[in-house]
Structures are given as structure tokens and as C-alpha cells.
Design a protein around this ligand. Sequence first.
Ligand SMILES: [Fe+2]
Length: 574
Amino acid sequence: MYILGLNAYHGDSAACIFQDGKLIAAIEEERIRRVKHWAGFPSESIKFCLQECGISIEEVDHISISRDPSANIYKKITHSVKNFVSFKSLKDRLANTKKVSSIKTELAKLFNVNQDDIKAEIHNIEHHRSHMASAFFASPFEESAVLSIDGFGDFTSTMIGTGKDINIEVLDSVIYPHSVGVFYTAFTQYLGFENYGDEYKVMGLSPYGNPTLIDKVKDVLILKDNGLFEINTKYFKHPKEGVQMSWEDGDPFIENIYSEYMEEIFGKARVKDEALTQYHKDLASSIQKVTEDLVFHILNHLQKRTGLKNICIAGGVAQNSVLNGKILEHTTFENLYIPPAGHDAGTAIGSALWLYNHMQRNKRIQPMYHSYFGSKFSDDEVEEYLKLHNIIYTKYSDKELNDKITDCLIDAGVVGWFQGRAEFGPRALGHRSILADPTRDDAKEMLNLKIKKREPFRPFAPSILKEFVSQYFETVDSVPFMEKVFQFKEEKRNNLKAVVHVDGSGRLHSVDSEVEPKYYKLIETFYKKTGVPILLNTSFNENEPIVNTPAQAYACFARTKMDMVAIGNILIER
Ligand SMILES: [Fe+2]
């Protein structure tokens, strides 16, 4: 039985396919189309998923899509009438709604088949239920509290509930226009970071400031006694005027959400490329702090209400790894699970899991311990490509390869590491990564010079052998998806400047020998030579989505100053 899960007509469009409850493939449309956060109908991802299963669209039994146009319809109309939302904005929304309902037409066109031959039943699964399912049903927990928290999806921004075995029960939700995701995005725009998905830059900037503006920011986002929250609508444009958004065939776009009142209170917004002042840094710090306090507030109430010890979280706000790293310390929960794709792409998986477990009453198959469900290429395919383009390469054994690469890293090299199946989700976890020696004081400058010209305040991440987390970090936990930030131990910081952020923290990726043996062995080789069980790991890309194919990996190597690239056991040197 095949379920095709989709996130469509939304940022981070994606598709996945399950066979009898087992996830076979998952990919984000941006990887194939080469446009970050690509929004629209994920046609290329669907083709990839079917190909991985060796089936045609006619053989798919069910299609789940993580949107339900009918969800909260009464509330949508009431809000629009009460707030005189412009006719244009309503019309845009309706056009989008209609698209969601014509999936079969779209698929028939895509595969050039008769619409009646597509026998799959279409299931619209509400956005936040999809997020919740993406976390709970993929978690190792039999029972857990669940939180979904983001900007908006299906007119809702936050949902709390409980998961038990194959059921998820919704307890409460926060409805439009109130949203912590929108609060964070509005300030991200205000601080001059204008692209969709730039929120992580504010998170990266926050440790450079002090939360001196916290009282002012608390007037924008207000905690409520019921364990939820409201926004102060004066600071935003979306509640009354609506804002222009585009989710079609390309880069998602959201017009500035903050109002003139925001500028009256906080001063003139920063424009892109204007210098970042201490005020901007203090504001970033205050925004991050208020967001953290809000999430702890929600979680502590949820823990008390449910009495449960486990918590699963998904949604755009669950991408805030700084916040995630503090959850167990600041709440009464004892165990936390966040899936590798907590953002909207993950709702493709979540909608399918909601259908398979919650609706169709099937047993849960297995927890999701890795995210390697994307593209893959055999050595033969890689060699064929390289020969065709007259590219010189050498094929090595595992041991020789690890030796060559670690020697290069120690000698100030930067290496592309392209292995196995691509990660599903925004982070490179040792399959589509660029690596460097974390002990070099100049590693950051070296990377910025050779490959990535990015903001100097953004940190690079450490991949660390799992067994060494307790030696290097204040908190001991596994972090398989780079989803949590912990503090480095004071005495370790000096030797690891490239991966230690200004506040002493690190966005670690703990590498498990059973989950990722090849990457583990490489780091282990580096450890044997240097005494450091850590590599600097950044995503394999250069101002583009993470590379998806050997051709893209080679192109990135060729146009940057990367020293070598390993594609499987094939090594290309400069
Ligand atoms: Fe979402």
C-alpha cells in the first residue's frame, strides 16, 4: 500500500512516499529546482519518489496533503468580515484554496495520464495535525505531549495535544492573527533580513547582544494565563490590512509584516546591508529571549495539564536550535524529540503518518533516527559522469580515503563530502557536507574565503562522535539532527574557536556509529591523528540549496576554492 505525502503550495514544498508504513523516499523540491524554499506544486519531488519505488502514479493508493482548505473556514470568514480584509487578499486566498482541491488534475497533467486512472484517494490533513504527526509518530515515545508551533498554516499558528500509540488528541490551539512565528518573522524583517527563512540569522546574531529591550518586546507578544499567548495587533499589518504573499512556482515572498507603530516604538527599521549596531544586537537578543520564555510558558502549562514526561515538537519555531537546547532545563519535561524536518517540508511526512497511523489505525513502524531519504548515486553513475566530462579522479578504499581527507583537513584544506542518500530537512548531516579542521583559528575566515561568503556573525557547526559529547559539552544528550545548541565546556573552547559561538555555545551534531558508520569512521580517523573527535561541518552549497547530484557537487567544487571533493569513494583533487 503506497501513500504519497505532499507539502504543496507553501514554502519548502516537498514529497515523500511510504510503502506499507515504511518511509522509502523524501525530498524537498528546492533540491531539484535549485531555488531555496521553493513553493508551489512539488512535481519533481513526486517524480523522484515514484521512481525510488519503481511505481507509476496509477499505483499510488492514497495521497495526503498537509493542508485543509475547510479547516477553520467559519473563523476565516468572521475574521475577514470583522476586519474588512481587502477583496484582493480574499481572492488570492480563494485561488490558493481551489488549487489544493485540484491535485488530481495537476497529477494527470504532470504524468500525461487520464485523471480517472489515478485511483488514489486524496486526504487533506490540516497543517498543524501534520506537524504534530511528523513529530509524535516518528518519535520513540509510546506516549507524549505534542506541540506544533510556526507562522501560520490553515489559519492556525500553534496547536497543543497528546499522542498515545496511534492516536493524537488536540487539546487547544492559537488562531490567526496570533502567532509567535509571525512575531519572529516581523522582527527579522525589521532587522533588515528580508528573505523567506532568514529567522536563523536573528538567532545567530542574538548572542552578540544583551536582552535590554525585553520589556518593550514583551508588549508585542503577550503571555496568557491559560498557557498560550496573543500578539499586540498594533505592531503588525497582517491582522487588518493583510500582507502580500506569494507561494507559487518559486521563491516564497512575504511583504513586511510589521506596522508603522513598530517603527514608532522601536525606531526606524534597519535596511539590508546597513551596519549592524549594538541596538540591533540587543534587539535580536531580546526577541530570542521573549520567544524562549513563551515556549517554556506553553510547555510548562502543557506538562502540568497532561502530566506527561515526554514532549514532541515540530513547526517552524522548532527550528530554533538555541531555544530547543534549553527546553529540558527550563521545563518540567524529561525527554524531547524533534524530527529532522520540523519545518513545513516535514508536513509531507506528517500528513502521511497522520493518515497511516491515526486515520487508518495501522501500527507504528519505527522511530525516525536518521534523515537519509533523498537522492543517491552509485559509483558507476558517478564514474560515468566524470569520464564523460574528462574529470580526473581516483578511487580509494575507505581507509585510504579517510587518510587522504584528514591529512588535507589538517593541512588547512576544505573538503566536500558527498555520501549516500541526501538528508531530508534543512541541515547537512554528513551526507552533503563541507568539512574543515575545527581547531584552526582561521577556519572561519578560510571557509569564507574559499567557499562561503556569509555574515561573519553566523557560527559553523561541530560534528562530534557521540561518545565524546559529555567530554566537550555542559549538557549530555544525543543531537542527531543538529536540532539543539549546547554550551561547550569552558576548557574546550579555546582550541575550537571555529565552531564555538561568541557565547560559548555550539550547534552540535552527534554522530552515531550505527546510524552513520562512514562519517563516524572519518571523524575517528581525524581524532586518531589530532586527539579531537570533532569536524567542522557546514552544508555542501554556495548560496544555493544544498547540492543534490554529483554534477552539482563537482560544479560547486570547480567554482570555489575547495581543495578536494569525495563522492562516495571517488576523490577529485584540485
Ligand atoms: Fe508550518
